[in-house]
Design a protein around this ligand. Structure first.
Ligand code: FE
Ligand code: FE
Ligand code: MG
Length: 161
């Protein structure tokens, strides 16, 4: 990365890259969980649930792209192998073993709550220390807050049937 671009960061850059790679692992697992959930979903309001899960999958993939771009810009390497996602993840992976929409929504809400915590911590870590990563983490945090809200609203509607 550019020397001045590195110099302005008031954090241990190697530690920051590790933290970003953990979030990168989370995003791939979240992407896959949403994508697969959208394929197998069954039950009431299935079409609305599939549309939301598919949209969120695209958002998580975009988050992975944002993180990898920043990792590379910082001179790091994004996790190169999917097996590394499991060993680096903060939020884990919940397989959609039960395809009922209610169960899928509950699993993904849990994932979003974890993601909100991860990005709030990244925002706190980078505030006044690394404005570029701070801005990226704030954007992703806004998306995760919206994701949790969307899923909770869908679950609420399904529970009213
Ligand atoms: Fe995400
Ligand atoms: Fe999300
Ligand atoms: Mg949404």
């Amino acid at each position: 990365m550019g020397k001045e671009g590195i110099k302005i960061i008031k954090l241990d850059v190697n530690e920051l890259i590790k933290t970003l790679n953990k979030a990168f692992a989370d995003e791939w697992l979240a992407y896959y969980q949403y994508w697969l959930g959208a394929q197998v979903a069954k039950g009431p309001m299935k079409e609305a649930v599939i549309a939301e899960l598919t949209q969120h999958a695209a958002d998580e993939l975009r988050h992975a792209q944002m993180l990898s771009a920043r990792i590379i810009q910082l001179g790091g390497t994004p996790l190169l192998s999917p097996k590394d996602w499991y060993t680096n993840t903060n939020c884990g992976y919940s397989a959609p073993e039960n395809p009922l929409v209610k169960k899928l929504l509950e699993q993904n809400i849990e994932g979003e709550r974890c993601a909100i915590d991860v990005y709030q911590k990244l925002v706190d870590l980078t505030k006044d220390k690394d404005i570029i990563t701070y801005n990226m983490a704030s954007q992703i945090l806004s998306d995760e807050v919206e994701h949790e809200d969307d899923l909770e609203n869908l679950l609420e509607d399904i529970n009213l049937i």
